[in-house]
Design a protein around this ligand. Structure first.
Ligand code: C5P
Length: 232
């Protein structure tokens, strides 16, 4: 898989999601299904979107004891998603167990990426709530290296961190970056943002774009604009 734009389908029903995807005649965007949609519709939404020919990033951010994560990943693997994820905070052992669970009898598996620290966690919360007394960028890099050590394929990170992650873990280690906005667009609740063109320059492998596409007057045009800027 190469550079691509992943559309965050943050809808609360199958009906709204399929109506949205129906607008893309002749195009099959890479789709991100998050907790809201998955908890609303369950595995059926994954099967339906997959059957329509889209690639799927299932963003469920697993974090539990290794055995539980291993078994849950085996279920997601059978759903035939293309990318899934977990929290690197679950430890290297949990990440290794996740890979075992994801790997199918024929040796293939979906890509697995890790959340390092959520972008909603700031330095103060890191120290006061989590009791991690280190600078955020060091913590992010340490967790990214743990993910690489466990055999994962990459991390979800801010586009601002993508360059550093590639330096620390190699250019083949995927960086999947949300927080993307058009230069003339509304930032919404995202604080540290980059345009698709900037994300491309800094070396993001995939950008995850939600509202700039889903809330656009013409989502297909917004998607095409994103692809043009990011993929070229
Ligand atoms: O609408 P917007 O483009 O902000 O959507 C970004 C998507 O990426 C959302 O689904 C959000 O949950 C997800 N995300 C994020 N920041 C992270 C991890 C995931 O915005 N650090």
């Amino acid at each position: 898989m190469g550079k691509d734009v992943i559309v965050a389908c943050d809808f609360d029903s199958m009906e709204k999601t399929l109506a949205f995807l129906d607008r893309f005649t002749g195009r099959k965007p890479f789709v991100k299904i998050g907790m809201e949609l998955f908890y609303a519709e369950g595995p059926a939404i994954v099967r339906e979107i997959k059957q329509r020919g889209h690639k799927i990033f299932l963003d469920l951010k697993l974090h539990d004891i290794p055995n539980t994560v291993k078994k849950a990943m085996a279920v997601l693997s059978r759903l035939d998603v293309d990318i899934c994820n977990l929290h690197a905070a679950g430890t290297v052992r949990m990440m290794e167990a996740a890979i075992e669970g994801l790997t199918r009898p024929d040796g293939t598996r979906p890509l697995l990426i890790a959340v390092t620290q959520l972008t909603s966690t700031d330095q103060e919360a890191l120290e006061q709530d989590l009791w991690i007394e280190r600078p955020m960028d060091q913590v992010v890099m340490h967790y990214a290296k743990n993910a690489a050590k466990a055999g994962l394929d990459g991390v979800v990170c801010s586009p601002l961190e993508a360059g550093k992650v590639h330096e620390a873990c190699g250019t083949g280690f995927l960086t999947v970056t949300p927080g993307v906005r058009f230069a003339d667009g509304d930032k919404g609740d995202q604080k540290r943002v980059m345009t698709p063109a900037e994300a491309k320059r800094i070396g993001s492998d995939y950008i995850v774009v939600g509202r700039p596409i889903t809330a656009a007057e013409d989502p297909v045009e917004a998607y095409e604009r994103c692809v043009k800027e990011f993929v070229g």
